[in-house]
Design a protein around this ligand. Structure first.
Ligand SMILES: Cc1cc2nc3c(=O)[nH]c(=O)nc-3n(C[C@H](O)[C@H](O)[C@H](O)COP(=O)(O)O)c2cc1C
Length: 167
C-alpha cells in the first residue's frame, strides 16, 4: 500500500473524504417559549451506550439554533425516513420557515417529532464537550418508538440515498 497523505489542509478534500462515510440523518426539534426550533444532523449516532441508552451528535460552534434549542427540557429526535429528503433540506435551510407544511407532532414536553420517521426519541442533554469547531452533545433517551416498516434516509457523498440489500 502506498503511504497515506498528510491530512489535507484543503477543506474540500476533507469534506470529500468524510462524505464517503454513509450515515443516517436525525432531525432534532423542540418548541422553546412557543417557538419551533430544529436542525438536522448527519453526525448523529446511536448505540453510544445501551444502559443507560445514550445517543450523540456534534453541533457546529457557529450554530445560531443550538443555543436556543438546547434550552428545551426535552428534544425530539426523529431518524429521518426514506421520503424525508425535501424535509431534511427544509429543516436545514437558513431562510424561511423550517417547519412549513411538515407533519409534526408536539409531545406534552415540547419535543417535536416528524411523521414518517424510522425512529422517534425524546431526549435530555447529558453533556456537551468541545470538539474543534463543533461540540459533542450526549443525549439521554427518555422515551422512544420504532417503525420497523420505515426504512431510514441515507446521506452519502452530499446526496440523499435509500437503502438497498447488497447481493
Ligand atoms: C444533510 C445535512 C447534515 C447536517 N449535519 C449537521 C451536523 O451534524 N451538525 C451540525 O451542527 N449541523 C449540521 N447540518 C446543518 C444544520 O442542520 C443547519 O443547517 C444549521 O445548523 C443551520 O444553521 P443555524 O444553526 O445557525 O440555524 C447539516 C445539514 C444538512 C443538510
Amino acid at each position: 500500500m502506498t503511504p497515506l497523505d498528510p491530512v489535507a489542509a484543503d477543506a474540500a478534500e476533507l469534506r470529500a473524504a468524510f462524505g464517503r462515510f454513509p450515515s443516517g440523518i436525525a432531525a432534532l426539534c423542540a418548541e422553546v417559549d412557543g417557538e419551533k426550533l430544529g436542525l438536522v444532523a448527519s453526525s448523529f449516532s446511536v448505540g453510544v451506550s445501551f444502559d443507560p441508552p445514550l445517543v450523540m451528535f456534534s453541533v457546529q460552534n457557529s450554530s445560531t439554533t443550538w443555543p436556543r434549542l438546547r434550552q428545551a427540557s426535552r428534544i425530539g429526535v426523529s431518524v429521518l425516513g426514506r421520503d424525508h429528503a425535501a424535509a431534511c433540506r427544509q429543516l436545514a435551510s437558513r431562510r424561511g420557515d423550517r417547519f412549513r407544511d411538515l407533519d409534526i407532532v408536539r409531545s406534552r414536553t415540547g419535543a417535536l417529532l416528524l411523521h414518517g420517521s424510522a425512529v422517534w426519541m425524546e431526549c435530555e442533554i447529558l453533556s456537551e464537550n468541545p470538539a474543534g469547531d463543533h461540540a459533542i452533545v450526549l443525549l439521554a433517551v427518555k422515551e422512544m418508538r420504532v417503525d420497523r416498516e420505515m426504512e431510514p434516509l441515507v446521506y452519502h457523498g452530499a446526496e440523499f440515498r435509500q437503502l438497498a440489500v447488497a447481493s
